[in-house]
Design a protein around this ligand. Structure first.
Ligand code: ADP
Ligand code: MG
Length: 473
């Protein structure tokens, strides 16, 4: 028996012993942080394959199924993983990832992998499995569970069309939008729907990262033929997060060939990215232009109404917890970053209430979500201040930024400078620059002047209060 095996069979030491009140272990929390920073896909592909063994003398012991996975994680995620562990326990100094011995007792798993079509009584997603065993389609991500609003209606309609029509109407469909706005959800929904309607179709869903990983392994094992067959032999190919293959030239090349072959064969391709094709940096011009040939649909940040709709739909799907409407409204107003965070916030409040066995209240919500709420506090920009103040005083923006000195214009300008100082963290020189290239002493003067005037001029004082409220929303 090797040292390592002996070691492994002993009781696991370290972090997992100290569970918090929500029954979470530090390893779980490290995994959550990872997901939050790198996304579910990267998590499933990489960290989800690790086993956690414990901490020994400042070294976190992890196991990986293959050398390749181990090296990849070490190179790409090692430092961040260490940071996450360090945040749990400041004694942590290093990470060690070893290869898991075949047939060894399983380590503490970091997740349960949801595999589509693994049991006989479920509709099989064999196409998906053949292409990518790890890319589990989330059964929760369907069209039914997707809430439609102004910001995502085009993307939704396009996805729906692709899932429901038998011929190719636009190819590729390129969905883009910020993180956590539902791109992956829509892709999985397409896959489920296509498999439901036409089970014989071969559907492939893969993250661009995984695509790259497989391609590189194929190169290493000199098996690019099989790789090509696998991806080119499908009816519908979906590649998630293509921004990931920017600057990875040989993967891009292969991706492009696959992509061209499929399109030439009239196979549907769906692609997502966190930005539009033209904003993708480090991806070749000819690829970008071809990506834009079909339909490009962007998902905008959510508005209040959509956020509330999503919260309502999520809270209804948990029938044994009652979430008061004012709490839903509060969350929709305050958690504006993205849907993933919004969901996370709601789940946290529901989990907490269940755990302590008390009904959900506003006070509890504020308490449980302190950190999130602070992180979502709106940051006011100089631009917004200038626009709002100009509008408030019925001036054109260009007038306010001009060199004219008449009181009618100078006072609002000073007010705007004052608000920039109060509501943003910009420096005086920076504020001066943004006001038609003025000197920082001018800004300083304006700030003092308004401060003074407010003491005697109640109208001005009120204007400032009103404007502040407008700007801080
Ligand atoms: P992206 O891939 O754009 O980063 P995801 O598809 O992973 O985002 O979405 C993040 C989370 O938010 C998922 O749990 C998803 O179900 C949820 N979500 C996003 N948009 C919606 C929506 N319009 N309706 C319901 N759930 C949504
Ligand atoms: Mg995604």
């Amino acid at each position: 028996m090797s040292d390592w095996e002996e070691d492994r069979m002993g009781p696991t030491k370290g972090l997992e012993a100290d569970m918090d009140m929500q029954g979470e272990t530090p390893w779980n929390r490290v995994c959550s942080k990872f997901k939050k920073e790198f996304g579910q896909q990267a998590y499933t592909t990489w960290i989800g394959q690790l086993g956690y063994r414990g901490v020994d003398g400042g070294t976190v012991e992890l196991t990986a199924p293959t050398k390749f996975v181990r090296d990849w994680i070490q190179r790409n995620y090692g430092p961040r993983l260490k940071d996450f562990f360090y945040a749990e326990d400041s004694r942590v100094k290093s990470l060690s990832i070893r290869l898991a011995a075949k047939g060894a007792t399983p380590a503490i798993p970091s997740q349960t992998v949801v595999r589509a079509g693994k049991t006989d009584d479920q509709p099989s997603l064999s196409g998906v499995e053949n292409v990518d065993e790890q890319a589990a389609l989330d059964p929760k991500y369907t069209f039914e569970s997707f809430v439609v609003g102004k910001s995502n209606e085009l993307a939704y309609a396009a996805a729906k069309r692709i899932a429901e029509s038998d011929d190719v109407s636009f190819n590729p469909l390129f969905l883009h939008g910020g993180v956590g706005l539902g791109k992956t959800h829509l892709m999985h929904a397409i896959a489920w729907e296509v498999k439901r309607r036409t089970p014989e179709k071969r559907v492939a869903y893969v993250s661009a990262e995984k695509f790259m990983f497989e391609f590189i392994s194929a190169l290493r094992f000199k098996d690019t033929h099989a790789f090509k067959q696998k991806f080119r032999n499908v009816n519908l190919l979906m590649v998630d997060d293509v921004q990931f293959i920017a600057n990875k030239n040989s993967t891009q090349e292969e991706f492009f060939h696959t992509f061209n072959t499929l399109i030439d064969n009239r196979c549907q391709v769906v692609i997502t990215a966190d930005r539009s094709p033209t904003d993708l940096e480090g991806i070749e011009e000819r690829i970008i232009s071809r990506l834009g040939w079909g339909l490009v649909a962007d998902i905008h940040p959510t508005d209040y109404e959509l956020r509330l709709g999503i919260l309502q739909s999520k809270s209804e799907s948990a029938p044994n917890v009652d979430v008061p409407v004012d709490v839903l409204e509060f969350l929709a107003r305050r958690i504006i970053s993205n849907v993933r965070e919004l969901e996370g916030a709601l789940n946290r409040v529901m989990a907490y209430a269940t755990l302590v066995g008390r009904p959900i209240t506003m006070d509890m919500t504020r308490d449980v979500l302190q950190d999130l709420i602070r992180a979502n506090d709106r940051k006011v920009t100089i631009d917004e201040i200038q626009r709002t103040v100009a509008e408030y005083y019925n001036l054109r923006l260009s007038e306010m930024l001009s060199q004219r000195r008449s009181r009618m214009i100078a006072r609002p300008r000073q007010t705007a400078m004052y608000l920039c100082k109060q509501l943003t963290s910009r420096s005086l020189p920076e504020i001066g620059r943004r006001f038609g290239g003025r000197d920082h002493t001018t800004v300083m003067h304006a700030v003092r002047k308004i401060d003074d005037l407010c003491k005697s001029d109640s109208q001005l004082d009120e204007d400032i209060t009103r404007l502040t409220r407008l700007l801080e929303g």
